[in-house]
Ligand binder design. Sequence first.
Ligand code: GDD
Ligand code: MN
Length: 401
Amino acid sequence: MSNISHTQSTAVIIIPTYNEAENIGNMIDYLNTKTFPPLSTKWDLKILVVDGNSPDGTGKIVEEKSKKYKNTFLLNETSKDGLGAAYLKGFKFALDKLAADFVFEFDGDFQHPPETIPVMLQALADGYDYVIGSRKIEGGSNPKGWGFKRVFFSEVGGFTARFIMFFPFKNFFKVTDPTTGLKATRVKGFVDKMDLDWTGSRLLSRSFGYKLQLLFETLKMGAKYKEIPLEFHVRNAGESKIEAKTAKDIFLVAIKLRWRDDLTQKFIKFAIVGGIGFIVNIVGGRIFKNLLAPVILSVSLLNGVANALAAELSIISNFTWNNLWTFSKEKITGSAKIIPKFLAFNASSAITGIAIPSLVIGLLTTFFGDHFLIYQVIAIFALTIPLNWIVYNKIIWKKSK
Ligand code: GDD
Ligand code: MN
């Protein structure tokens, strides 16, 4: 509406604190005097400290600093409420009160070097929506002082989280450091689409695990993602608030995210429907054989016909249950649509269930000898199931845009 052109975007560096009295004053001074000035022509940079009512007077220090620097704000929590909860409150404040275009998640203890801020801002200016600092890419590193145990937990935990959340999809390969605490997110289309009044049940963890949830959901929203190297420094002063239960927290959050994801739920239903189809095929074969035995006298023909009928019955079962249940959100309705889709479904079943596996089984036999049963099992799990999954999602029940 306004005809004032905005050349500057606002980025709010959100710093949660709990007992960081030894660090936070220095951090605010450093950002305001060293990091921000060279960026000030292009960016309107603000600091928001979310303090968990630290008993060591962190809040007081921030309050003093906010009198000195007009871009520095304190949001006081009534108690230590966990890192995840602190960030959500911070996001909300940054959106509602500080007109944020971008929000940063940044630690107050100098473990995240302030020098990453201009690098991340540049990536945002280049059009990325979600920029994170990774310790696992070229140029990134863990603190020199970390013992074997912490490195082990960080590496194994990070990999496990990646695997659970994303395997085998592209984010499994793209996201190298899922538990990192250094992030920048575009507000428009992403943070503003999140429900920031998450209650205990919506937010899967008020503690460190929230990072995985924000990561998972932001990527799910289609964010353009970039990693920049993070040299994770040793803590400047004070103590880490990370707890022994953090590993378990992260693991449980990763499993919950994957489990309740739409695609997982679809895949489970797809597998159950496929299992039912298999039973229909076997049981149906028996029934048709008994029914037709008096009419078809040649056993060969009888078996062939019984199998064909049972196979078609299982195709009908698969189509029906997948349409009503697995893909209920993409449900095909009305005979004008159902008939051509059902014919396509039949054709694809013949290709993925008969033509391709038969060809491959034939080839395997030529090259590796006669191991029919093994080849059949391989063909079902490596060909028919994945191919059906792809065809159903991409063709039969393709999401309409
Ligand atoms: N308000 C508030 N409430 N702040 C908190 C709380 C809390 O319950 N817990 C921690 N903080 C603040 C700390 O004061 C610090 O500024 C920042 O959050 C990070 O906490 P640390 O205790 O320093 O965490 P860390 O260094 O062990 O963990 C870092 O690395 C992890 C990955 O290995 C953080 O960056 C984590 O976010 C990251 O997941
Ligand atoms: Mn730290």
